[in-house]
Design a protein around this ligand. Structure first.
Ligand SMILES: CC(C)(COP(=O)(O)OP(=O)(O)OC[C@H]1O[C@@H](n2cnc3c(N)ncnc32)[C@H](O)[C@@H]1OP(=O)(O)O)[C@@H](O)C(=O)NCCC(=O)NCCS
Length: 183
C-alpha cells in the first residue's frame, strides 16, 4: 500500500474530525466523550502549529487514513524540551502500517526541532495497538496509572511510555526549546 505522510492542511480538518470522532465514540485511547467538530479541531491544531510542532496526515489516493501530531506535554516553562504525541488511524485502515509511518515522521520532526523527550499517555492498558506501536518505535513503558478515567461504564487506566530524542537528558540543551508560558 502506498501511503504518503505530509503536513496537514485546513482542507484535512473534516477528515481528521471524522477519524477522531469515531475514536471518541468507540475507543478508550482518548478520554474525551463528545466529538469536537472540525472548527474545534482546527483551533487545537493552530496552537501546535504556532509552536512549530508537526501535525501530519497519511493519505492514499487522496483519502486521509490517519493523522498524528506532537503537542506540549505540559505548559509550564521547564517542560519546553518535552512533547506528547497523538496518533489516530481510521477504523478501516488499522493494522496496515499507517500509524507507524505517521509516528515515525512525528518523531523525526521533533528531533529536527532539537527536542529531548517524547511521551505517550495511552488510554486503556488493554490498548495493545497503541502500546505495540509505541514500543515498535523505541518508546519504553514507564508505568501505569490505574483507574484514571471512567468511560463506557468502567474505570480506565493510563499507560505512560517515553522515548528520548537527540540523546535525551545525557547532555545540556542546545536549542531554546518550545515557547511555553502557561500554568
Ligand atoms: C494505535 C494506532 C494508531 C496504531 O496504528 P496502526 O496503523 O493500526 O498500526 P501499524 O499497522 O502501523 O502497526 C505498527 C506496529 O504497532 C504494533 N501493533 C499494531 N497493532 C497492534 C496490535 N493490535 N497488537 C499489538 N501490536 C500492534 C506492531 O508492532 C506493528 O508493527 P508490525 O506490523 O511491524 O508488527 C491505531 O490502531 C489506532 O488509531 N487506534 C485507536 C486510537 C488510539 O488508541 N490511538 C492512540 C492514542 S494514545
Amino acid at each position: 500500500m502506498t501511503v504518503t505522510v505530509r503536513p496537514s492542511t485546513d482542507a484535512d480538518l473534516p477528515a481528521i474530525a471524522a477519524i477522531y470522532g469515531w475514536n471518541v465514540l468507540n475507543g478508550l485511547g482518548t478520554f474525551e466523550e463528545v466529538p469536537p467538530d472540525a472548527a474545534e479541531i482546527g483551533r487545537r491544531r493552530a496552537t501546535f502549529l504556532a509552536r512549530g510542532l508537526p501535525y501530519l496526515v497519511a493519505e492514499r489516493d487522496g483519502v486521509v487514513l490517519g493523522y498524528a501530531y506532537a503537542g506540549p506535554f505540559r505548559l509550564r516553562a521547564a517542560y519546553r524540551y518535552t512533547v506528547e504525541d497523538s496518533v489516530y488511524v481510521g477504523p478501516d485502515a488499522v493494522g496496515l502500517g499507517v500509524g507507524k509511518a505517521l509516528l515515525a515522521a512525528v518523531i523525526a520532526a521533533c528531533e529536527a526541532l532539537g527536542l529531548r523527550q517524547i511521551c505517550a499517555v495511552i488510554g486503556d492498558s488493554g490498548n495493545a495497538a497503541s502500546i505495540g506501536l509505541h514500543a515498535a518505535l523505541g518508546f519504553e513503558r514507564k508505568g501505569v496509572f490505574p483507574d484514571m478515567g471512567y468511560k463506557f461504564g468502567r474505570w480506565v487506566d493510563l499507560v505512560w511510555m517515553q522515548r528520548p530524542l537527540n540523546g535525551g537528558g545525557s547532555r545540556e540543551p542546545d536549542t531554546p526549546g518550545l515557547e511555553l508560558n502557561g500554568v
